[in-house]
Design a protein around this ligand. Sequence first.
Ligand code: ADP
Ligand code: MG
Length: 394
Amino acid sequence: MKEQPMNLQTISSAFSLLFEGKEPEVITRAPGRVNLIGEHTDYNDGFVFPMAIDFQIITAARKRQDRLVRIHSLDYQKTVEFSLEEPISYDYKQRWSNYLRGVLAILMEKGEYLTGLELAFSGDIPQGSGLSSSAALEVSTALALQALNNFTMSGPELAYLCQRAENTFVGMNCGIMDQFISMMGRRAHGLFLDCRSLQYRHIPLELGEYRFLICHSGVKHSLVDSEYNKRRRECETAVAILSQKKPKIKALRDATLSELNASRNELGQTIYRRCYHVITENQRVLESIESLKEKDLVAFGKLMNGSHQSLRDDYQVSCPEIDLLVDFARNFSGVLGSRITGGGFGGCTVTLIQNSFIPNFSQRITAYYQEKTGIVPHLYISRPAAGAELIKIH
Ligand code: ADP
Ligand code: MG
């Protein structure tokens, strides 16, 4: 189910083999994440509730005396080299390197003086599946650079910097959630994040005999980027209309359902439904935090189901393959809730399921999905994992 990840020893040895027998000075790790509830709320200044997962990027690095950067991807077996004496450019051939180039570029833009370095990394987060391997790569890079160059930034500051690297250097207009949870996650906890103020709270996930099971649909529809941008524009249009009557509405986060209903005609059916999702999804996140305080996983599962329904029908970001997985899960014994997670149009589902049902569930959903779609789904079980950390320095 899970590929064997690299450990400290293997990454150290690989580093030495690559870089003239030298030992790494620092090793860092940063996890991927799954969003448990609160989808498409981040860019509306709303609430999200992700947890870090047991899949990660591990980075080993050491300083050079000059300003040359040598970066090696152990998984792709590729190296890139460039100098910090010149502006860092986008790499159209080795695109994976742009996540690291972006972090270096933003740090230099901020005025940090960086030395050259040698860096090697490897990861076991499925890529391009919505589990944020890109954020993990940025975060583990940023932590390594911080340790090598002795500057100090708080976790949230580093997360923000990594988000800027992805927005402005890589060109992906993502919200802050992914980098934030990768940096700030805590073992056995989810992270409740207010995407407007960036205030956050670690919420204990006392799962008892339950687990979160991630199911990768194996599809990524080509609509992902265009529809994502379209949803963002629809939300902006909605705010422009709603704020005419209520100037306090600066983002959909500020609107209530009754304010929404008061502008129903001006908004039109489609935009009304988009707003309905965002407003109710924010409420569901708040209720899900309450349900965890009450240790009521049944209520949490129902909120996950409600979230899926809203994303499918009102925000319209699901797809037939994901609905097959969610419907199958919801009809299975031992399942408390199941929903799409991530941007939509493919990617993964997350299901809250009783431990003892997992073997049977895994077998049955794999056979069912394969029969209906011809695709083998990939299943991942993860505990709520710790956020990024510096694991070696000398
Ligand atoms: P997600 O963040 O959902 O996994 P993205 O498309 O945002 O999807 O990021 C995936 C990209 O991140 C990959 O295409 C690759 O360029 C880079 N990446 C992630 N993990 C690794 C890895 N282990 N080795 C090299 N590049 C990686
Ligand atoms: Mg990503």
